[in-house]
Design a protein around this ligand. Structure first.
Ligand SMILES: Cc1cc2nc3c(=O)[nH]c(=O)nc-3n(C[C@H](O)[C@H](O)[C@H](O)COP(=O)(O)OP(=O)(O)OC[C@H]3O[C@@H](n4cnc5c(N)ncnc54)[C@H](O)[C@@H]3O)c2cc1C
Length: 265
């Protein structure tokens, strides 16, 4: 295995939060009219992976489970410096909760093989469960570290990892291979290389795998393979501002304001 071998980055494409709508009938997220982006902390995970590659050697491979329209975002990751990208895409995956999602990602990582470090973002901006990194680690039977702000060093088959805790951070020693969930803002993701971007857009093709390629049956994924079901969905709108202007001498304004606050309590 050269350097760290395969450094895996789990990358999700998410609709911009402000453009997401909910479909109350199917109780699913309606992304059809939203513009998409790479889930922001996943860019931090990719940057961390690229830095590890530069320091220790290895190959950075991006893995996604999602629909075919995610391909351009995988190409963007390659333009940023990833060596390869795998998209697991299959209609049977629709409706998967985190259980089949993590199973599918873990199977894809096992198929890639030769991995030492698996990096995820800390949380997606749409599903926001923060369960995927731990789930992937459990299926693979490897340790995982959450809220990672920095991978300090990798030496003698172990990594020194800095993770954020309330009021500070702690440093953990973890044996390879491991999964780490990288915090949003842990680093500054690099811009895609212009020439590499053009090459990736025109020539690079991510590997596209179906569930059959991963030895998974349709009942293990999707709604059937999920342990949870969305049974209710409610949109919470932020309260409207009253837009009331209080005028007069300062004492009267203070009095009116205090009265208005008390009424709201
Ligand atoms: C009952 C149920 C039904 C659902 N049905 C649908 C549906 O029909 N369509 C739909 O789009 N979603 C659906 N979801 C949401 C879907 O399960 C989650 O989006 C998915 O499991 C990932 O969870 P998350 O977004 O909370 O990821 P988090 O755990 O918050 O993400 C953390 C990190 O894990 C990695 N990661 C997460 N997801 C992926 C991925 N797909 N590929 C690669 N890396 C990833 C990223 O690095 C990310 O930063 C459903 C959820 C439930 C509970």
């Amino acid at each position: 295995m050269e350097g760290l071998g395969n450094i895996i980055v789990c990358l999700k494409v998410v609709p911009k939060p402000e453009e997401v709508k909910f479909n109350p009938e199917t109780k699913t997220v309606d992304r059809s009219k939203a513009t998409n982006e790479i889930n922001p902390p996943d860019k931090n995970a990719l940057e961390e992976a690229l830095r590890l590659k530069e320091k220790y050697g290895g190959r950075v491979i991006v893995v996604s489970m999602g629909p075919p329209f995610w391909e351009p975002y995988l190409k963007l990751a390659v333009a940023m410096g990833a060596d390869d990208a795998v998209l697991v895409s299959d209609r049977a995956l629709a409706g998967s909760d985190t259980l089949p999602t993590t199973l599918t990602l873990a199977r894809a990582i096992q198929k890639i093989g030769g991995y030492s470090v698996i990096l995820c973002g800390e949380e997606s901006s749409d599903g926001s469960t923060g369960q995927v990194p731990q789930g992937v680690a459990e299926w693979l039977g490897v340790p995982h570290v959450t809220f990672v702000s920095k991978i300090i060093e990798i030496r003698d088959g172990k990594a020194l990892i800095q993770r954020t805790i309330k009021g500070g951070h702690e440093i953990l020693e973890v044996p390879l291979p491991f999964v780490a969930a990288i915090e949003l803002g842990a680093n500054t993701p690099r811009f895609p290389d212009f020439r590499r971007k053009r090459w990736a857009e025109r020539e690079f093709k991510p590997k596209v795998w179906s569930i059959a390629d991963l030895g998974l049956a349709p009942e293990e994924v999707g709604f059937k393979g999920s342990a949870t079901e969305v049974v209710g969905l409610e949109e919470i709108k932020p309260p409207e501002r009253l837009k009331k202007v209080i005028t007069g001498p300062p004492e009267r304004i203070a009095e009116e304001l205090a009265k208005a606050i008390l009424e709201e309590l």
